[in-house]
Design a protein around this ligand. Sequence first.
Ligand code: R8N
Ligand code: ZN
Length: 262
Amino acid sequence: TGNHWGYGKEDGPSVWHKNYPVAQGDRQSPIDIVPHQASHDPSLDPVVLNYDQCTSTKISNSGTSVVVEFDDSDDRSVIRGGPLDNPYRLKQFHFHWGGKGCHGSEHTVGGNSYASELHLVHWNAVKYKTFGEAATAPDGLAVLGIFLETGDDHRWLHVITDALYTVKYKGSVADFKGFNPKCLLPSSLHYWTYLGSLTTPPLHESVIWVVLKEPITVSEKQLGKLRTLLFSGEEENERTRMENNFRPPQLLKGRKCCCFYH
Ligand SMILES: CNS(=O)(=O)c1c(F)c(F)c(SCCO)c(F)c1F
Ligand SMILES: [Zn+2]
């Protein structure tokens, strides 16, 4: 009904353009990142993450992903530097993932996808008064993308996966205090950057993307716990497992993807 969208056959990425025509715009995300075609931009600075005072407030099931929210009433947790002209405030992070044995990242690298992708969403509180206002501005959001590959257990991800039973159903919210996403960063902050969009409706073309080259490693068992979440609400009799909540790569349409080594 209405602007309802999802990841199924009838409401998935291939039909989002009907309610959200910007889906066919010139700066849509995700994209396939081709490393050798990414131009090395010597003017790019290292990206700086100030997550020290950063602690989470709550965890929720948005009906399309699991979201960990932060108090963004001040500049205690920001991303700076890199391609960014201002500090951007951390608002939330969430994941995109596949089905059992299938990959589920949104960005791909040289045509290859990872098992999952973590998005840390930040907004430009210097130029805009609210997240909502920033979310519709061309330089309003900065999303840090981190790839997840499967291997050994991630030593801190269990803090999140152990809390998933509290937000099994769409619309559920639970307290989730004291989690610092610093523990989810890979060792290198080498990144690719390009101008793109939200990867879910309303698909606003308001995101400066910073995608880290180095993935983090999580176990298949930990990823499997993400798949115990449901797209559906407690009251619905259809229990649809939350998986394959990723949008496929979109056309570059003349955009440059730049890379930074430091
Ligand atoms: C980059 N990933 S995304 O498009 O899927 C995405 C998302 F899922 C979100 F929930 C939010 S915040 C909405 C209000 O909280 C956001 F800004 C996003 F960009
Ligand atoms: Zn996302």
